[in-house]
Write a protein that binds this ligand. Structure first.
Ligand SMILES: Nc1nc2c(c(=O)[nH]1)N(C=O)[C@@H](CNc1ccc(C(=O)N[C@@H](CCC(=O)O)C(=O)O)cc1)CN2
Ligand SMILES: Nc1ncnc2c1ncn2[C@@H]1O[C@H](COP(=O)(O)OP(=O)(O)OP(=O)(O)O)[C@@H](O)[C@H]1O
Length: 185
């Protein structure tokens, strides 16, 4: 199946989850991540604001701050992402995709300054290939091999597919955390 069709089907399935399913999934994924060495050892962690039925990392972000970690959110700059410090209750505006971003008064850094990036995804397979929203933002941001942080996709289990078609610009994930399992690649 081509990326376009698969993307629209998986997005539809994700959006069809009820709010109680979403809440349970957010708790489940939080419990998964909390025990992982990649999370415990990370000092600078990027999360995202859930959109379009994505699994929400808000519980992870809250605990990360309590543990003294610095939490960042992606900001869209031209064709790639930078990561802006997002303290609890940070003031936000919406970007061109209507996703909230912290205001520019908070400092931002390039992706290679982070230890761990929790990434939204539309689909994934057991080899850590990732299907995103189609903008190529994460792929461009982490195209450079050296100094790449740990990239961990967060997903509802229904976002797993047998195998994704891989393009040469696709950057594979180091792991995928779902509401049911932790998959190290
Ligand atoms: N929560 C979240 N934040 C994120 C991403 C993401 O996938 N999820 N991104 C990951 O890259 C970046 C933004 N990329 C995005 C790319 C396309 C669409 C999107 O909804 N496209 C709509 C059309 C929206 C419009 O143009 O107004 C669509 O395809 O229906 C959203 C975000 C940065 N922040
Ligand atoms: N490193 C790169 N250099 C130039 N163009 C790129 C690069 N990575 C991705 N692209 C472009 O981005 C477009 C979208 O790629 P793709 O469909 O794989 O996005 P995605 O991974 O689903 O989205 P996202 O990373 O935003 O979640 C492609 O048309 C591709 O040409």
């Amino acid at each position: 199946m081509n990326k376009h069709l698969l993307r629209s089907q998986l997005r539809k399935a994700r959006r069809a989850l009820t709010s109680s399913q979403q809440q349970q999934a957010a708790v489940a994924i939080y419990s998964q991540i909390l025990h992982q060495h990649t999370f415990r050892s990370a000092k600078n962690i990027a999360v995202y604001i859930a959109n379009d039925g994505e699994i929400s990392p808000h519980l992870i972000a809250r605990t990360a701050r309590k543990l003294g970690k610095q939490v960042y959110l992606p900001v869209v700059q031209r064709d790639r992402l930078r990561f802006r410090i997002a303290p609890a209750g940070a003031k936000m505006w919406r970007n061109r995709f209507q996703i909230p971003e912290p205001l520019p008064k908070y400092a931002d850094v390039p992706g290679d300054c982070l230890d761990l990036v929790l990434m939204p995804l539309v689909g994934f397979d057991k080899w850590g290939n990732r299907l995103g929203m189609g903008g190529g933002f994460y792929d461009r941001t982490f195209a450079c091999n050296h100094l790449r942080p740990k990239l961990v996709g967060l997903a509802h289990h229904l976002q797993e597919v047998d195998s994704l078609l891989v393009d040469n610009w696709d950057i594979p994930l180091d792991a995928v955390a779902t509401d049911r399992q932790w998959l190290s690649v």
